[in-house]
Design a protein around this ligand. Structure first.
Ligand SMILES: C[S@@+](CC[C@H](N)C(=O)[O-])C[C@H]1O[C@@H](n2cnc3c(N)ncnc32)[C@H](O)[C@@H]1O
Length: 316
């Protein structure tokens, strides 16, 4: 692995996704040679590759991702490490089951790098992007679940408006939900372009030329709803904390204020009381440096929180 003067790991960027706050995560994980680590959102394996480097040949890394296609690419890319890297297709909400199935009972560090990768975003067939036409899918795991098109077809107007408002923090959520309901009376919404056109027609003209694309918030909201991204976070973080060996580290990178709030609250709750499980290591989240933001604009909204497992209580 080689990081260039611009702060970007060019080996990783060749694979289409540059992990954010990678140096900070590695400092937070504080990997030990021969240790066992879990990457709950393995993606293109940028962080996993660094962890493998740090633990050496005696270390074990478990990588989980709910996207089977992404996992297939990563498995191929990291083939040379097959003996020590266990890649699991699944949801990190089941972290305890996945880790136990891999034959491990306690681990030295766990990382969550939430959201989707640039590779998923850029694949028009996945429907995550409003910049190119594709099917309104948005499922990270295409082996089941409900697509964005199905949600847009089924959700009552108020519920749709709430989703767009709460998960997207979109101030024109009501107007957009109403426009979707009117449009679906004429026929089903099929593509990302259909949805972009509906949003464009529902918002004031001045909003069409704002700092961020006018469809950003609605697309983000739908993606979060399609993948139930928020509901699973607190239980997953708790279960992850319960799997750490004393001194083991938990690192959580989030890109959305609601995700960060859940990370902050869960770590705070587990760090309190007569028998705290965790020691909070970041009162304020770690943010990307100006240099990283300049090299990789995606890092601008990233927040990293770190906690350490305390020795008092035994692992679950
Ligand atoms: C930001 S990317 C991670 C990038 C990765 N750190 C790297 O270095 O390439 C997030 C990944 O997490 C996966 N993901 C999101 N939610 C998940 C969940 N609940 N369970 C498992 N994987 C999830 C996505 O499919 C995606 O591949």
């Amino acid at each position: 692995m080689k990081v260039g003067d611009d702060g970007v790991n060019h080996i990783e960027s060749k694979y289409g996704h540059v992990p954010v706050l990678a140096e900070e995560v590695m400092a937070g994980l504080h990997c030990r040679t021969g240790g066992t680590y879990v990457d709950c959102t393995v993606g293109q394996g940028g962080l996993v590759a660094r962890i493998l480097d740090a633990v050496g040949p005696a270390g074990i890394v478990i990588g989980i991702d709910r996207d089977e296609e992404t996992l297939g690419m990563t498995r191929e890319r990291l083939k040379p490490f097959a003996a020590q890297l266990k890649l699991i297709h699944g949801n990190f909400v089941d972290i305890q089951r996945h880790v136990r199935t891999a034959g491990v009972s306690a681990v030295d560090g766990i990382v969550f790098d939430l959201g989707i990768s640039s590779v998923q975003l850029d694949d028009t067939a996945r429907g995550f992007s409003f910049t190119a036409e594709g099917p309104l899918d948005m499922r990270m795991d295409r082996s089941g679940g409900t697509t964005a098109a199905q949600l847009l077809e089924r959700l009552p107007e108020t519920e749709l408006s709430n989703v767009i408002f709460q998960y997207g923090e979109e101030r024109y959520a009501r107007r957009i939900a109403r426009a979707v309901v009117r449009a679906r009376e004429r026929g089903p919404l099929r593509t990302t372009a259909d949805l972009v056109a509906i949003i464009r027609g529902a918002i004031p003209a001045s909003y069409r030329h704002g700092r961020i694309h006018f469809a950003t918030r609605t697309f983000q909201a739908l993606r979060i709803a399609v993948n139930s991204e928020l509901d699973i976070l607190a239980p997953a973080f708790r279960d992850a904390a319960g799997m750490l060996a004393p001194g083991g580290r938990l690192c959580i990178i989030s890109f959305h204020s609601l995700e960060d709030r859940i990370a902050k609250q869960t770590i705070r709750d587990l760090s309190q009381g007569p028998e705290p499980l965790l020691l909070r290591m970041t009162k304020k989240p770690v943010m990307a440096s100006d240099r990283e933001v300049a090299a990789n604009p995606r890092s601008r909204s990233a927040k990293l929180r770190i906690a350490e497992r305390l020795p008092q209580r035994r692992c679950a």
